[in-house]
Design a protein around this ligand. Structure first.
Ligand SMILES: Cc1cc2ncn([C@H]3O[C@H](COP(=O)(O)O)[C@@H](O)[C@H]3O)c2cc1C
Ligand SMILES: O=C(O)c1cccnc1
Length: 349
């Protein structure tokens, strides 16, 4: 609990005066005002987070958290549960989607087991297992409140350690067969909307099982009555261990004034938890892409985000966030490498 208290205490609002200064500078760059669109907005956001980011190279990492889900026994996934362990090893060994995209973006991938239902004997996987998978949320809470706090703190510790090591732009990613189900549950609770509105096929669930998937979520919510005013209540009753850890990493990033890129649907559910725990976190999060998962757009709207990249991606793992590292680097390069109207001796167009 100590880490969480400290992290929450250190989260401050971003610096609006730095943002205003950067907006003015960007408007004076040699281009029609506003013509670099979203890049300009990202530069302004980054300036509000930490203007120092323009003065040194970015050091980027995707923090991938892995965990299993008891809800899989209801038959609402296409892949069997052991794929979590298998894929966690593949991600840690650099052989996954997020690995390929991170390599291109010059980012490292740090893999942490917070709840895989197997013992992973892999030196590339950090072992921080809270328990061997969550409970089946239609029968019991996914975890205890204490376990949710523990997983949140593991995410915080991981992010803090990486920031200490010099990483200054982070992203969250995950691996956990079944984790689109708790993600939909989280959005359904926060949005007070029927699960069906935010439930999709995940990793290619056959569409004739979609109704079953939303029904399972409906039953879990009815049974546990998560309190939307208490994000940890939502997290422990219908969430996931890797979702908790990602939320923790986002909170810790904000506490250290480090931007954190949100990936797809599952990362967004973690962002919802983080933002509900402290709304100031919102300004430290950069929403990377619009996942093709049903409910992704709606989920982001619920927490006030608009995605930048439309790539029809729906892999998770942190893959979309890794791709968006390039966008953040481009925004910084725009500020550092473009000439200005003042230099050219002409008026702003
Ligand atoms: C081979 C494979 C690799 C993956 N990498 C990410 N996911 C993605 O799919 C899972 C969520 O979908 P659902 O809730 O339908 O199980 C998560 O592990 C997510 O990261 C994968 C899924 C599979 C099958
Ligand atoms: O958007 C995602 O992160 C996603 C969507 C479906 C399955 N796995 C991940």
């Amino acid at each position: 609990m100590k880490i969480m208290e400290k992290v929450l205490k250190n989260i401050e609002k971003v610096d609006e005066s730095q943002k205003a200064q950067m907006q003015e500078y960007v408007d004076g760059l040699l281009k029609p005002m506003g013509s670099l669109g979203v890049l300009e907005g990202i530069a302004v956001q980054v300036a509000g987070i930490d203007p120092e980011l323009f003065n040194k190279p970015t050091k980027k990492a995707v923090l991938v958290f892995a965990g299993d889900h008891g809800i899989c026994e209801e038959g609402i996934t296409s892949a069997p549960q052991p794929v979590t362990a298998l894929m966690t090893n593949f991600i840690a060994n650099g052989k996954s989607g997020v690995g390929a995209i991170s390599r291109q973006a010059g980012a490292d991938v740090i893999v942490t087991d917070v709840g895989v239902n197997a013992t992973l004997d892999n030196p590339n996987v950090r072992n921080k297992k809270v328990r061997f998978g969550t409970g089946n949320m239609v029968k019991e809470t996914a975890m205890t409140r204490e376990e949710a706090v523990q997983a949140l703190e593991i995410g915080m510790e991981t992010a803090l350690e990486m920031i200490d090591k010099g990483y200054n732009v982070l992203a969250t990613g995950e691996m956990g067969i079944g984790n689109t189900t708790p993600s939909s549950a989280i959005f359904s609770v926060f949005g007070n909307i029927d699960p069906q509105e935010v439930t999709g096929i995940g990793a290619n669930l056959s569409s004739d099982l979609l109704d079953k998937k939303s029904e399972v979520i409906r039953r879990a919510i009815e049974k546990h009555q998560p309190d939307p005013q208490d994000p940890i209540d939502v997290l422990y009753k219908v969430g996931g261990l890797e979702i908790a850890a990602m939320a923790g990493a986002m909170l810790a990033g904000a506490s250290k004034k480090v931007p954190v890129l949100i990936d797809g649907f599952i990362s967004s559910a973690a962002a919802a938890i983080a933002v509900k725990m402290d709304p100031c976190v919102n300004d430290y999060l950069i929403c990377s892409h619009a996942s093709a998962e049903k409910g992704a757009q709606k989920g982001l709207e619920l927490i006030g985000f608009k995605p930048y990249l439309y790539m029809d991606m729906r892999l998770g793992e942190g893959s979309g966030a890794a791709l968006a590292f390039n966008v953040v680097d481009a925004a910084i390069s725009m500020v550092n490498n473009m000439g200005t109207y003042a230099e050219a001796g002409i008026d702003v167009v």
